[in-house]
Design a protein around this ligand. Structure first.
Ligand code: SF4
Length: 262
């Protein structure tokens, strides 16, 4: 697909998707159905680059999300379908939705009603955790999965391409400390090039910097993973499982924090 890659999800509620990693997962996309909205523009984003535009449908309203989720959960429950997790991801960054805190509350209430054993997970790029109401909402989710792809400013800017100049590695690491013991830090490990710049967050310097950041944040868990699907920047290379496992072991022994390698 490459550069012309566009959004993955054409609805607010999607799935359920069966995955080795998550089990049976129902997705919630709080971004448009026909475009992408994100405060990052990651080279590896499976939803494509932000330049594809934000589409025309806009963000779903809180009441629409609640009604659609309730309808889906009710139907799945009546059918006897299993559900392990409700996951916020989709065509961009879920915490950019202005009603994200209320939507989390609605989702937890519906989960309790229909599937009390299912978990609620949020995949976030950590750009909105500076807002107390977003941070508090994230703390209510069972799995609060926060992105930190590099602890070196230049590399983070190269891989994640934040929209804001004010977003820095130093500030985000400091702010991630509020999730000590509860958050899960997720790091994409990759190599490649983009517009002539070399990208490699597997070097000794990068791993040392990540270890120092993880030690400071002290999350409940660290997840490292590499590319899975095609990416909008085509010159990226997946780091294979064996090498990822070695990196994971190194991080785990240096931090004493459990590392999951996907
Ligand atoms: S933060 Fe997530 S949605 Fe946003 S550009 Fe990166 S991978 Fe895509």
């Amino acid at each position: 697909m490459g550069k012309d890659q566009t959004v993955l999800f054409h609805s607010t509620i999607f799935g359920p998707i069966h995955s080795r990693r998550l089990g049976v997962s129902l997705g919630i996309n709080l971004m448009p159905d026909d475009g992408k909205v994100c405060s990052f523009d990651c080279l590896y984003c499976e939803a494509g680059f932000n330049s594809q535009g934000k589409g025309s449908t806009g963000l779903p309203l809180r009441d629409q999300v609640r009604a659609q989720l309730e309808g889906k959960l009710r139907a799945m429950h009546a059918n006897g379908d299993p559900l392990d997790v409700i996951t916020f991801s989709g065509n961009g960054e879920p915490t950019l939705h202005p009603d994200f805190p209320h939507i989390i509350e609605d989702t937890l209430a519906l989960r309790d009603k229909f599937y009390p054993k299912a978990k609620v997970s949020v995949l976030t790029n950590s750009t909105m955790i500076f807002k107390p109401e977003v941070a508090e909402a994230l703390k209510k989710a069972d799995n609060n999965i926060l992105k930190l792809d590099s602890a070196i400013e230049e590399t983070m800017r190269l891989i994640d391409r934040p929209n804001s100049k004010d977003f820095t590695v130093e500030k985000v690491i400091d702010t991630l400390c509020q999730f000590e013991g509860t958050g899960i830090i997720q790091t994409m490990i990759l190599r490649g090039t983009h517009e002539g710049n070399k990208i490699d967050n597997t070097t000794d310097e990068e791993i040392q910097a990540l270890i120092a950041a993880y030690k400071k944040i002290r999350p409940r868990e660290i997840m490292i993973y590499s590319l899975d699907r095609s990416t909008p920047e085509e010159n990226l290379i997946k780091v294979e499982k064996e090498e990822l496992t070695q990196i994971g072991r190194r991080i785990e022994s240096a931090t004493a924090i459990p590392v999951q390698v996907n």
